[in-house]
Write a protein that binds this ligand. Structure first.
Ligand SMILES: Cc1cc2nc3c(=O)[nH]c(=O)nc-3n(C[C@H](O)[C@H](O)[C@H](O)COP(=O)(O)OP(=O)(O)OC[C@H]3O[C@@H](n4cnc5c(N)ncnc54)[C@H](O)[C@@H]3O)c2cc1C
Length: 248
């Protein structure tokens, strides 16, 4: 069976690894011209995600990037520790929570796919899909086409596949904005494998310190969706507003 996976993000690449392991002939079509290692900030993979990656035989590829997290500290709004408990399956190095830059995770999965002989084609943007007697044909912005027995839409939040097949379905705004940052100068304690969450204020704030001493932080704020065309990176005004919220 020939499978066309549209989108070489985390979902598309992981799907390709699974389908290839099941013996299917898979090609990934990714709009971005390269592995996009500079896009996005970071995320935390929980033990269930690490278990899913183990089932795809991708543990080594993924544990080569990022750093493990073994405990969760919860602080209240005044900074008092409320709890400090092991996180997930902390005893198993393959299943420990892991903090990774999104781009590094995506590049690791794409690299693993290529290593296994899966075709990952960059700079190929899907524009239309048509069913026919020979299967499903994908047409791309560069005028090329590909035909398969199955097409998997893994092209993210603003999915072209979803728009083409289910034009009335739209993603829903979840009501939160999330800010991410890195710093090497935070007065945070050294790396101890913990992620710290501070709750109780107007925003939720969290951080983890990498073995190299870099603090990865995020803040979540409720609010209306950003206006269309608003810059993805926070403006100076947004930074001041976030600081005010975090101090409250
Ligand atoms: C740029 C970016 C940065 C992010 N950063 C973070 C983060 O720092 N922390 C966090 O927790 N979450 C982040 N997210 C969200 C998180 O990565 C997603 O929830 C998760 O990646 C979803 O995986 P996905 O593979 O379904 O979609 P995506 O990661 O969005 O991947 C979809 C892929 O499809 C490709 N694509 C889109 N349209 C087409 C098309 N027409 N033809 C071919 N390819 C197409 C895109 O280029 C992309 O590579 C980010 C998402 C993006 C897109």
């Amino acid at each position: 069976m020939r499978v066309l996976v549209i989108g070489g993000g985390i979902a598309g690449t992981a799907t390709a690894l699974g389908l290839h392991k099941a013996g299917l002939d898979v090609t990934v079509f990714e709009a971005h011209p390269d592995t996009a290692e500079d896009l996005g900030a970071f995320l935390t993979l929980a033990s269930n995600g690490m278990r899913a990656l183990a089932q795809l035989d991708a543990t080594s590829a993924v544990t080569a990037v990022g750093f493990p997290l073994t405990s969760l500290r919860l602080l209240d709004g005044r900074g008092t520790e409320v709890s400090h408990a092991p996180l997930g399956e902390a005893a198993d190095p393959a299943l420990r929570y892991r903090c990774l830059r999104r781009g590094e995770l995506n590049a690791a999965l794409q690299g693993e796919a290529v290593r296994r002989g899966i075709r990952v084609r960059h700079g190929i943007r899907l524009v239309s899909v048509a069913g026919g007697p020979d299967g499903v044909t994908a047409r791309f912005a560069d005028g090329t086409t590909a035909t398969g027995d199955l097409l998997v839409g893994a092209d993210g939040l603003r999915s072209t596949v979803r728009r083409l097949l289910l034009p009335g379905v739209r993603p829903g705004y979840a009501g939160q904005r999330v800010y991410y940052g890195y710093t090497r100068t935070a007065p945070a304690p050294g790396p101890d494998g913990s992620i710290t969450m501070i709750r109780g204020g107007a925003t939720a704030f969290g951080y983890a310190v990498s073995p190299a001493g870099e603090t990865y932080w995020f803040a979540r704020e409720g609010g209306d969706p950003l206006p269309a065309g608003a810059p993805a990176a926070p403006t100076a005004g947004a930074r001041e507003r976030l600081l005010t919220l975090l101090r409250a």
